[in-house]
Design a protein around this ligand. Structure first.
Ligand code: NAD
Length: 325
């Protein structure tokens, strides 16, 4: 059997760096590309290009000689990054350029299959107003009304991959990720997401302290542990199913519940102080019927297990940052 040659765009990021490790364990030859190397551990890629995927020359070099491309690179962050409006032009321009270049230069170079990481942020805001019953079934994406420019760019790019599949005969696999979290994810600096931010706040707090929560904390979400995300991604890529399909957990919790769970894991008494902040939709949960039917996949472990591992990792980062300052 020949070794498959694979490109991971965004290999310096959270999901990309974990995916590279998994692909290496499976025996693939992996090239990674990113603006930066992974922050928390050395890359396991056979070749790593530090480069900007908005630049055609970088993309031409990246796609040369590979069969499969995982396109994870995007200009993105948590609610504090994508819902304030300050980054809208960059988010749309940068991510669209990456997708346009990857598809065009990829197909010209003979890439056979592309994986594209879309997002739950493509779903219409009006279906996510009820925190107890949000509708994120794949078929509910249209008529489209995402609540952020980040979501609109993802939807545009989903369609772009679909168009290349129809007009240029390339194979595509599209996943809509729902809030992925775990060790070696961004945990400070403004781009971190709720699980990492709450774990950091709890780790930094003393027993009996209060931590700040954006909004009333009753907004609901579900969170998928990184290893589960990588497993679903690999299954989708190896399957005949093109998607788009949700890759997420259907264990829905409020942000207050998530904070309490982090405090319980830490063994600390923490009170929650609700402040104004960017929020996103009122409710969101992954609808997993399609992925169960097509790929036989569902998350293997509960939220608590992944949050425990993530909390421990973030607590170590917080301790190391405190001693180094
Ligand atoms: P991340 O920010 O950690 O990784 C994205 C990587 O893309 C970063 O390392 C960044 O440097 C790189 N990048 C950005 N612009 C680039 C450019 N011009 N050239 C080269 N590299 C560039 O994010 P992540 O959490 O690993 O997410 C991976 C993908 O999954 C993204 O497309 C994201 O939109 C999607 N997604 C993630 C989540 C989640 O919860 N993490 C949810 C939905 C969708």
């Amino acid at each position: 059997m020949t070794t498959r040659r694979v490109l991971v765009n965004g290999a310096g990021g959270f999901i990309g760096s974990h995916l590279v490790k998994r692909l290496k364990r499976e025996g693939a030859w992996v090239r990674g590309v990113d603006l930066k190397r992974p922050e928390f551990s050395p890359t396991e890629a056979d070749e790593f290009i530090v480069g900007d995927l908005r630049e055609p020359e970088v993309v031409r070099a990246a796609v040369d000689g590979v069969e499969h491309v995982y396109q994870l690179a995007a200009d993105m962050g948590g609610a504090g990054y994508i819902f304030t409006g300050e980054h809208d032009a960059g988010v749309m321009h940068n991510s669209a350029m990456i997708n346009l270049n990857t598809l065009e230069f990829g197909r010209l170079a003979g890439v056979r299959r592309f994986f594209y990481s879309s997002s739950a942020c493509i779903y219409p805001e009006h279906n996510q107003l009820d925190p107890d019953d949000p509708d994120c079934e794949e078929s509910s994406a249209y008529p489209a009304a995402p609540d952020s420019e980040y979501g609109w760019e993802k939807l545009f790019s989903e369609r772009l991959y679909g168009a290349y599949m129809r007009n240029h005969g390339v194979e595509v696999r599209v996943a809509r990720y729902h809030n992925i979290f775990g060790p070696e994810g961004t945990w400070r600096g403004g781009k971190e997401k709720a699980p990492a931010a709450l774990c950091r706040k709890v780790a930094e707090a003393a027993d009996g302290d209060a931590i700040e929560i954006w909004g009333d904390g009753e907004q609901t979400r579900s969170f998928l542990y990184i290893d589960e995300c990588v497993e679903a991604t690999r299954r989708l890529m190896e399957s005949d199913f093109t998607g788009p399909v949700n890759v997420g957990s259907d264990e829905m919790v409020t942000i207050n519940d998530l904070a309490r769970l982090a405090a319980e894991i830490a063994g600390k008494q923490i009170t929650l102080e609700h402040i104004e902040g960017p929020l996103g939709v009122r409710g969101r949960n992954s609808h997993n019927a399609l992925i169960e039917q097509e790929l036989g996949w569902r998350p293997a472990a509960p939220l608590r297990a992944g949050l425990q591992t993530t909390y421990e990792w973030i607590a170590e980062q917080v301790a190391a940052a405190t001693t180094s300052t």
